[in-house]
Write a new protein. Structure first.
Length: 169
């Protein structure tokens, strides 16, 4: 091997493709779009990776079965009583805003759930959405109180006015 052949076949600076700049560019006339069809027209919105021509697309061929309850699912932020005991003073009133201020609850949540991991050494007053049985036992053993926030009302299923009851007269 000699130094005259070291860089042979290596092209570091590849010329940029410039479609639609005349026939001399090698990508003129149709500008690499082909002759006919949706993707040759301007304003075509289908991503090329999902484009299947005249065939029924994959997302329409796959059967849709089952039930998905994401519409009603609730996500609760989880907080352990040991963490609350470590960060709050005795007699503190603890709700979602107080937990967010101490960075125990972050992000979007539909409510707060207190779990019983850890020990409770102080008296606290909780106002949260859920409390586990072990957490409730530990909190009430130290004289603390728990107030549960009521869940949101269920939507009315039948929007028609109910019929008045028949009076047997």
């Amino acid at each position: 091997m000699d130094l005259t052949t070291v860089h042979q076949g290596v092209h570091k600076l590849r010329k940029k493709r410039r479609p639609g700049r005349g026939i001399g560019s090698g990508m003129g006339k149709t500008a690499t779009r082909g002759y006919k069809g949706q993707m040759s027209r301007s304003g075509a919105k289908t991503p090329i990776s999902l484009h299947e021509g005249g065939q029924i697309p994959l997302v329409r061929r796959i059967p849709k079965r089952g039930f998905n309850n994401n519409t009603w699912r609730r996500f609760y932020a989880v907080v352990n009583v040991g963490d609350v005991d470590r960060l709050f003073d005795a007699g503190a009133h603890i709700d979602e805003a107080a937990l967010r201020a101490k960075k125990l609850v972050k992000g979007v949540a539909d409510g707060v759930r207190i779990l019983g991991t850890g020990e409770v050494t102080k008296k606290f007053s909780f106002r949260v959405h859920h409390v586990s049985a072990s957490a409730k036992q530990k909190i009430e053993a130290k004289g603390g109180t728990i107030e549960l926030v009521p869940p949101p009302k269920k939507p009315v299923q039948n929007k028609m006015k109910p019929r008045p009851p028949k009076n047997p007269a």
